[in-house]
Design a protein around this ligand. Structure first.
Ligand SMILES: Cc1ncc(COP(=O)(O)O)c(C=O)c1O
Length: 435
């Protein structure tokens, strides 16, 4: 057993001055306490107790190039002497905007923000201003940030969530006013009939449909063939905008995100996380006619938007990710596939009562313990055995492998073949320990 004594002591001390001892509630989900790290390099994190972790959490997605990626760190270091915020424009913003518009599907024009949460709010406002409608349709199990408007039915208890064919919007936190629920329609994902029925129930009211084009937060699940384009067509037919939240899938599902992977184009897209390889940046982009409402009175602000270091980081990350015409992503896919198949094989060998499904994309997947069908939506994903997943996570951590508590894995370009081998050997011991 590894010791976490220093993390435990530091957590107790931190709780006295930092509310709950964490800066994001997501970080409570840690064993035995939220751990304290001193350093990250490549695929590894180093904690205050001297434990080394091969990290598959990667800041929940941003560290697509691993921790402290040298080209990005060098570019940011070089930019530091230029200053940080001007409350004005600077050439790095122009260059990044041009490169993103040239690269990404459906992106005619972009606006920079700082976090995914606020970028989602901007997209909601744009959609409402553009369509003159107020309701936003979102899907069960999809997470779009923690605000009143978005943190609805992101992880609802099925006792409160109503029938699968017409779910009830569930506020995700005390303090969210009931009034915002009136402007939110919730549907089950990956089912075009249910989406069509929701449109019919709210005819002429829905400004936009927002989704994670691959459901990741509710359990990594690919869209069924034709689902994304079908949803897009339903939006068109009903006068609503189609918003893809690619905060996780952007620069992870592929260089051109989930839209590039599945051949669909949204009206508006949100990118964050991997776009700046660990630095704070979010991007809203899409149709010029929609984005142009910003030029016609729709308000969007933010002191840190387009700050010098985030621009420098994103430009340097793009240089790495675009190199070799997709070579970076081909390597990432190959290693991720090997890891997924390796984990599935290990689970089969150890057979411990509950069958295992390793599901998602090579760069973001989850180990589901279930004897049911492959989850295709949130309700099926939460029906899987979460205690087993937690036990696996804990056993992995004891073997030096860091996943999140649902046994969800993010992959970076720093996870080379030797690290995958090391991981599979550790996973074999962890699986044996929980068998
Ligand atoms: C799909 C998705 N959208 C939005 C957000 C919110 O982004 P941020 O944490 O940068 O506010 C997240 C965060 O995990 C996310 O996964």
């Amino acid at each position: 057993m590894r010791s976490y004594a220093r993390s435990i002591a530091l957590y107790e001390r931190t709780k006295k001055s930092l509310a709950g001892g964490v800066s994001s509630n997501v970080r409570y989900a840690a064993t035995p306490v939220p751990l304290f790290f001193t350093r990250g390099e490549g695929a590894r994190l180093y904690d205050v107790d001297g434990n080394v972790h091969i990290d598959y959490v990667l800041g929940n997605g941003p560290a697509i190039l691993g921790h402290a990626p040298k080209p990005v760190v060098a570019a940011v270091a070089e930019s530091l002497a230029d200053g940080q915020v001007y409350a004005a424009q600077h050439p790095r913003e122009t260059e990044l905007a041009e490169r993103l518009c040239a690269l990404l599907p459906g992106i005619e024009v972009v606006r920079f923000a700082t976090s995914g949460t606020e970028a989602v709010l901007m997209a909601f406002r744009l959609a409402r201003a553009f369509t003159g409608r107020t309701k936003i349709l979102k899907f069960e199990g999809h997470y779009h940030g923690w605000t009143d408007q978005a943190y609805i039915s992101a992880r609802p208890s099925l006792n409160e969530a109503g029938p699968a064919e017409a779910p009830v919007p569930v506020a995700g936190s005390p303090g969210i006013p009931a009034s915002v629920l009136e402007d939110t329609v919730v549907a089950g994902w990956n089912d075009l009939d249910r989406l069509a029925q929701a449109f019919a129930r709210h005819e002429g009211e829905i400004a936009a449909v927002i989704m994670e084009p691959v459901m990741v937060n509710g359990g990594p699940t690919e869209p069924k063939p034709g689902y994304l384009n079908g949803a897009r067509e339903l939006c068109r037919a009903n006068g609503a905008l189609f918003i893809c939240d690619e905060v996780i899938t952007g620069f992870r599902a592929g260089l051109r995100g989930a839209q590039g992977r599945y051949g669909v184009t949204a009206d508006l897209t949100i990118y964050a996380k991997a776009v700046a390889a660990g630095f704070p940046l979010a991007v809203v982009g899409g149709r010029r006619d929609v984005m142009d409402t910003l030029d016609k009175g729709v308000m969007h602000g933010g002191t840190y938007n387009g700050n010098v270091q985030s621009m420098a980081a994103a430009l340097a990350a793009l240089d790495v990710l675009e190199a070799g015409d997709g070579a970076v992503y081909r390597a990432l896919e190959a290693r991720g596939t090997r890891l997924m198949q390796g984990l599935a094989g290990i689970a089969r060998r150890h057979g411990h009562g509950v069958p295992v499904r390793v599901q998602g994309l090579p760069a973001i997947f989850q180990v589901f313990f279930t004897d049911g069908p492959a989850p295709s939506n949130y309700r099926e994903a939460v029906a899987c055995d979460r205690d087993k997943a937690l036990a696996f996570h804990t056993a992995l951590q004891d073997e030096g492998i860091r996943t999140n508590q649902q046994a969800k894995w993010f992959l970076s370009t720093a996870h080379d073949d030797a690290i995958i081998d090391e991981t599979l050997a550790a996973a074999d011991r962890a699986m044996a320990a929980i068998a």
